[in-house]
Each structure stands twice: as structure tokens, then as C-alpha cells.
Design a protein around this ligand. Sequence first.
Ligand SMILES: *Cc1c(COP(=O)(O)O)cnc(C)c1O
Length: 334
Amino acid sequence: MTRTLSPVRLCQRDTPLEPMHRLRKLVGGPHILIKRDDCTGLALGGNKSRKLEYLLAEALREKADVVVTGGALQSNHVRQTAAAAAHLGLDCHVVLERRIVSPGVEYETSGNLLLDRLFGAIIHDVPPEASPAATLDGVAGQLGQAGRRVYVVPPGGSSTVGARGYIDCAGELIAQAAELGRPLDLIIHPTNSGGTQAGLVAGLSERGSDARVLGVSVGRDQAAQEAIVRSLADAIAEESGLDADLGARVRVDDRFVGPGYGQLDGPTLDAIRTVAEYEGILLDPVYTGKAMACLLDLIRTDNVSSSSTVVFLHTGGAPGLFAYASVLNEQLHT
Ligand SMILES: *Cc1c(COP(=O)(O)O)cnc(C)c1O
């Protein structure tokens, strides 16, 4: 294994793995555990924190003085990167893409975007007609020409380096489930740039666990999303000399994409409300609400055995709720 890079400490690891008692009572079915990666602590938490511990360790090793990354206007990844950079004393430039028509004025002023500004990130918009990747390359190139040492964090933090955070998380899950005396049958979580799912399947395989992992797509169709996760999983296997067919373990459910990335629909809102009212836990409109809508559907349609144990990996995202204040308020009236 070529894993000489130690992570830089940015967040809480060993996040809690807890039962969702009241939700289980409501929906019946399997034991439901929630892995609280919304509680990683860095800038209100989320799954990018674990990836950034490895990515920014590489940035420091390369003696970077500025990090550049990108994402959607309400990206959780960008918010956590901006905070991590501030913590480490690195400058941070971010390229933000208007991926959707704003659901309300708060989408442009609140939520993650407000926090990016608070952390002192320098924000670049993707010009109309330009591609986000080309804009990011341009920003990084200009900083380099100005004599800066630039480290580019891939969007979503999903590279073989970033995914190590979720190889670690798989180990935590195995140990914590054993401590609770529960098997690990199914792990379900939202998937987009793929690092979370690829890291998990690699970490489980490495440790001989045959837990199933189901990624819930938040924008792409099943084939496209599986291809993204598989290619990263294959790259991890190759880099670490892991002799396992990781691609075969990658499964994606795309039935809860709804109208598209970042668009709040009925099943997502129902899932957010249910978990808020029954567990006092916040989900988000873009990622975890969709993944929970999928889990609730799988339980209601008897697609998860009631004797099994399901882990819902809470990947964070609740700061994004405030970007949807107008549409949420409208819906919560009814
Ligand atoms: C980025 C993100 C995801 C998706 O994780 P990937 O590793 O990009 O697939 C899921 N949930 C939240 C809240 C996120 O911010």
C-alpha cells in the first residue's frame, strides 16, 4: 500500500453511530442506525471534512500557500474547504457555478455561500457560456503566474487522496457496529462526486466486510453515476494494490433525483420533515433528504429485510437549508 501521507487534523473522526428509535417505530422494518458525519465539526460538519484532512495534508506537503476549488453556488464542499483553508492559514479561491435557477433570494445570499464569504474565500463566478472546469483552471493558472504555490482541490474532494477519508470511515463503521452488536448489512448515503462511496467500498473490501453500499444519486441517472464511482473505486484499488473487484460493489439508485440537482421536491421535503419531527435531526434539500426519501421507500416497499441493520450515513448539508428558506416556508404552511 502506498499510503504514506498522514492526514492533517481538521475535524472530529469517530462520529457517533446511533439508533433512530422513533423513526423505526414510525416506519417499521429494519434496525436503522445513523452515522453522524454531519457532526464532523469543521464549519458545521459534513462529509468533505474527512476528505480535506488528506487533501490539505498533501497541499501542506507541497508547500502550497493557496487552495483553489469549485462547486455549485450552495456547495457544502466549498464551505468546508474555505473553513479548512482559514484554519491552516492558506488563502482560498473558489469558483462557483449557477447550476440551477435560484429557488429564492436566500439561495444567493445565505446558507453555504454566506459562510464562504465569512471564511474569507475569494469568490469567482463561472461566466455564462464558460465551463466550470476551464474557469477553475484559469483561476489556478493566474495565481501560479503571479508566483503563488497553488493546490487544486478537486470538486467534491473526490480523488484517490480525498477518498481515503472514507476508507477510514468504513473502518470506524465496522468497529462501531460490532460494539453495538449489530451486523452491517446495508449502508445508504447520497452520492455525487463519488469519493464517499468509492472510499467506503474500498475500506469495506480491505477489511473483509461484505456490507452492501447503496449510493442515492442526487442528479445523474444510474448508469452515469455508477460509472463515476466505479472509475474512482478502480483507481483506488489500483493505487493501493487491493485485489478486489470494487466496481462490482458499486450500486446506485436514481429514483429520487426528482426534477434535478438541487431541486426540492415532495418526497425529499417529506423525508426532511419526518426526520426533523421524529428524531430532531436536520437533513438537507440537495443530498441527505433525497437519500432518506430513498431509504424510507425501500422500507415501505419491503425491499429491506426487517431483521437487517441499515446504516444511514448522514453526510451533512444542513447549512443549505437556509438557502431554501422561501420555498420551505411556503411548503411548511400547508
Ligand atoms: C458532497 C456531498 C455528498 C456527496 O458525496 P460525494 O463524495 O461527492 O459523492 C453527499 N452529501 C452531502 C451533504 C454533500 O455535501
